[in-house]
Design a protein around this ligand. Structure first.
Ligand SMILES: NC(=O)c1ccc[n+]([C@@H]2O[C@H](COP(=O)([O-])OP(=O)(O)OC[C@H]3O[C@@H](n4cnc5c(N)ncnc54)[C@H](OP(=O)(O)O)[C@@H]3O)[C@@H](O)[C@H]2O)c1
Length: 202
């Protein structure tokens, strides 16, 4: 009987730890209505409206890490370095971490390389269970293809660009489920989608 109780406690403990350790990765992006993340060849998010910037800043505070590519970092570098240190870890993906050594700050702003699953596993091991994935194209595509994205939160700005960087690249065929729509005002909508069948509870 005692051993049965002991066994049950072990299983319950394992289930609880798995739940606690499960990781949630949410991709956040702002797009033109025709699906571009940048206006033509302009780097950065200067096209996004004030309400979207407020939304982005507000929701980012609910994450304990954010992950993005080096080109996205370069485009926002001055802004990121000038901002007060965020409570969340910012992890910049790059094959050239040495190029960013002068601005590396352990626990706050880190630079690393690796396949998405390895990156996610390391973050989870460090207790970074709620992660905002901020792009760009390759980062979104690689994490989606690795089955690691739980949700996409997409802000639709009421503009058409006709050219620019795409949210994703390659030949994909994925269906999402709508979780809800938030009207930010100023004709800006945020649509939240679940990605069925992801594997991020690693
Ligand atoms: N509107 C939006 O929501 C939104 C979102 C994101 C970005 N953007 C904009 O899009 C532009 C940047 O996007 P992008 O698609 O060109 O680039 P990106 O994804 O930000 O950066 C790509 C680079 O990151 C590094 N990288 C990516 N994954 C890696 C991995 N697993 N391991 C090691 N290195 C990795 C590689 O560079 P190295 O190895 O050479 O460093 C790669 O060339 C910027 O203008 C940004 O402002 C807009």
């Amino acid at each position: 009987m005692d051993s049965e109780i002991g066994g049950f406690a072990t299983v319950a403990h394992k289930v609880l730890s798995d739940i606690l350790l499960a990781m949630k990765i949410i991709a956040l992006a702002a797009l033109s209505l025709d699906g571009y993340m940048t206006r033509h060849d302009d780097e950065g998010n200067s096209f996004t409206s004030g309400v979207e910037k407020e939304f982005f800043a507000r929701v980012l505070n609910t994450f304990n890490c954010s992950v993005f590519g080096s080109a996205t970092f370069d485009a926002a570098r001055e802004q990121i370095l000038a901002a007060p240190p965020a409570r969340r870890l910012r992890l910049v993906l790059t094959t050239r971490p040495e190029a960013y050594a002068p601005v590396h700050k352990h626990g706050f702003l880190e630079f690393a390389a690796g396949p998405p699953r390895e990156i996610a596993e390391k973050l989870r091991e460090r207790g970074k269970a709620r992660c905002a994935l901020l792009g760009g194209t390759r980062v979104f595509t690689d994490f989606l293809e690795a089955g690691l994205i739980d949700e996409f939160w997409i802000s639709f700005e009421p503009v058409f660009f006709g050219s620019g960087k795409r949210l994703l690249e390659g030949r994909l065929d994925r269906a999402l489920e709508l979780l809800g729509i938030e009207d930010l005002g100023g004709s800006v909508l945020v649509a939240k989608y679940r990605v069925p069948g992801n594997l991020s509870a690693l």
